[in-house]
Write a protein that binds this ligand. Structure first.
Ligand code: AMP
Ligand code: MG
Length: 440
């Protein structure tokens, strides 16, 4: 039997964590205290996917507007079809046709039928529609021409294949409420009420500044000793994924002037993200610049990867302030830190509740080792075994610089900070990278 994470507490390899460091939750709470919901804006409905509705949506008419046919067939008075079968059909004269989008030009006379298309309004006096399939329509069509007489093969009941007016939405009804996240269904409903635009909480613009003398921008020729700036792109993708608008700024070199210039351009965003320069080596330049432009806190977060984290507030020339998240430079550290902190900040600005990443409990195919009392986020591939249970397999090298194992991962398996190891066959909580975040 696999063991649950909490059963590890009696194990010999239990760890004492470093209380000087912040837990992920403490760091997140501090960071979120600097953010607020952004103002409301009107956007074209088609662009509102994933945004939070800022107003109740009330119907001003019925949908559908009139009783209409659910099938292509014949509108009839159901009592006229009494006893109809294929062997002894009821034959009715056809007096006209109602195409979709047009109103019937006459009422149904008892003892007759009117040809009707799906979605077309049902003529007065008709109370049911007999689908073509239950008539001799198809045989007649094969022998050419429209029927003047139609044979009904099935007895119908009142309201058969008739959709009532207001069956979907009634005039005056509140169809959607402020605070709802707009998905495809909600967007369709808004369009069905005839609206072209909708009031939603604005998307945050996130400026991404990369720092480092070693960086090349993708598209530049490859140079020995240099690496491409991947962080700006992975972070931009995460910003888009969580509903924000990424703005990739240039690369700041490891000098005060260069970083100052880049930050100045980035400051009109709702959040400035920098990558690198928060570990010991080259921190000084970044710290000097950031403290001269605002306030900065440097934290060690009890997590692996992504221990070093900077967070602060930059002051714009006009005196307003913009939060700054300083991510570590290592590509996986930057991504894991953004998942834990950037995602929550974007959700808060967009007016969404602070919910945890969706997670599953999975049996580990590989161990997760924790040698220094930090919460470990291990890159894994989650899959279902033959019995339908979740299992998680390491995607390989777990070094914080190895981005390919992040690309192969669909989840981050967690070893808590006070546990030395989750062994093969034991259960770990796995935060899923690719599941929707709003099903909770
Ligand atoms: P640093 O925090 O500046 O010491 O950087 C830590 C590691 O991350 C170094 O190996 C850097 O080369 C790497 N790194 C920094 N910025 C980026 C970036 N934008 N894209 C990819 N790797 C980076
Ligand atoms: Mg650097």
């Amino acid at each position: 039997m696999a063991k649950k994470p909490h059963e590890h507490h009696d194990r010999p390899h239990r760890h004492h964590y470093d209380a000087e460091m912040l837990s992920v939750e403490e760091a997140r709470e501090r960071i979120l205290s600097y953010f607020q919901r952004l103002p409301v804006e009107a956007v074209p409905v088609v662009e509102s996917l994933g945004q939070v509705l800022a107003e109740d949506v009330v119907a001003t008419f019925d949908i559908p507007p009139l009783a209409n046919s659910a099938m292509d067939g014949y509108a009839v008075l159901s009592s006229d079809t009494k006893g109809a079968t294929e062997a002894s059909p009821v034959e009715l004269p056809v007096t006209g046709v109602v195409p979709a989008g047009q109103l019937p030009d006459h009422a149904l006379e008892p003892g007759t039928a009117i040809r009707i298309m799906t979605g077309a309004p049902v003529p007065e006096n008709a109370d049911a529609v007999v689908p073509f399939e239950d008539t001799d329509e198809l045989e007649r069509r094969a022998s050419g021409g429209l029927a003047e007489l139609i044979k009904i093969h099935l007895e119908t009941e009142p309201y058969d294949n008739v959709r009532g007016a207001g069956e979907d939405v009634e005039s005056g009804e509140t169809v959607l409420r402020a605070g709802q996240v707009l998905r495809a269904g909600e967007i369709g409903v808004i369009a069905s009420l005839g609206h072209q635009s909708v009031n939603v909480v604005r998307r945050p613009v996130v400026a991404i500044v990369s720092t480092g003398d070693e960086l090349l921008q993708p598209g530049q020729p490859h140079e020995s000793g240099k690496i491409y700036n991947s962080n700006a792109y992975s972070i931009a993708a995460m910003v888009s994924h969580y509903g924000g608008v990424p703005k990739i700024m240039g690369i700041a070199r490891d000098t005060i002037e260069s970083l100052e210039g880049a930050l100045e351009e980035a400051m009109d965003a709702d959040l400035v993200v920098t990558s690198a320069g928060v570990s010991k080596g080259d921190y000084d330049v970044v710290k000097d610049v950031l403290s001269s432009k605002g306030e900065i806190a440097l934290w060690s977060v009890r997590m692996r990867p992504a221990k070093p984290l900077a967070f602060g507030v930059l002051e714009r020339p006009d005196g307003t302030k913009v939060p700054h998240l300083g991510l570590p430079g290592n590509p996986v550290s930057a991504m894991v830190a953004f998942e834990q902190f950037g995602r929550s900040a974007i959700r808060l600005m967009m007016g969404k509740p602070n919910v945890a990443k969706p997670s599953v409990e999975a049996v580990m195919d590989d161990p997760i080792r924790n040698h220094d009392g930090r919460r470990v986020y291990a890159r894994v591939h989650v899959y279902r075994d033959e019995s339908g249970g979740y299992r998680a397999k390491s995607t390989g090298n777990q070094s914080s610089g190895v981005l390919s194992s992040m690309a192969q991962a669909n989840g981050l398996a967690i070893c808590p900070d006070d546990i030395g190891m989750i062994d093969v066959g034991e259960i770990a909580k796995v935060e899923l990278l690719d599941w929707p975040d709003d099903i909770f």
